[in-house]
Design a protein. Structure first.
Length: 148
């Protein structure tokens, strides 16, 4: 999982040129945003790992889930979701860019297959001083071979 998260992070840092490299990060919790983060930002969260064997152990497979979360600071109504005429992207556009960056990307051999398995609705994350719109997708990376 560690190598997979690093590969996804590197790919997004390269492809999402409008997000600072330091604002693409691995998180312990999707609602935990480090103070140094500027928006837009993208977080990666490790997910479940599923193992299976086919034909009495002759073939093994692992499936590793990675959640990718986009964050945009809420400055004016609708723009955090839809984007702004000024070119500032909303979470819908950022998620579309993430899907384009990772679609069919096997991350230099880190996976044998990749599937988009879910996409959440956007939601508001707020406290007394900051309002953030967030939206996530979950990808499943499949590896064949011996992984137990």
């Amino acid at each position: 999982m560690k190598d997979l998260l690093s590969a996804v992070k590197s790919q997004l840092q390269t492809d999402l040129t409008y997000v600072r490299e330091s604002d693409v990060y691995v998180t312990e919790d999707e609602r935990l945003i480090p103070e140094a983060v500027k928006f837009p930002a993208v977080a990666l969260k490790d997910g479940e790992i599923f193992y299976s064997s086919v034909s009495q152990g002759a073939s093994e497979q692992s499936e590793l889930a990675v959640k990718v979360i986009a964050y945009v600071q809420l400055r004016k109504p609708e723009a955090a979701v839809m984007g702004a005429a000024t070119g500032q992207k909303g979470v819908l556009e950022i998620i579309a860019d993430i899907k384009s960056a990772l679609r069919d990307d096997l991350l230099s051999g880190q996976a044998d297959e990749v599937w988009l398995v879910s996409e959440t609705a956007s939601e508001l994350l707020a406290d007394e001083s900051l309002a953030i719109q967030m939206k996530s997708i979950t990808l499943r990376y499949v590896r064949y071979g011996t992984y137990f």
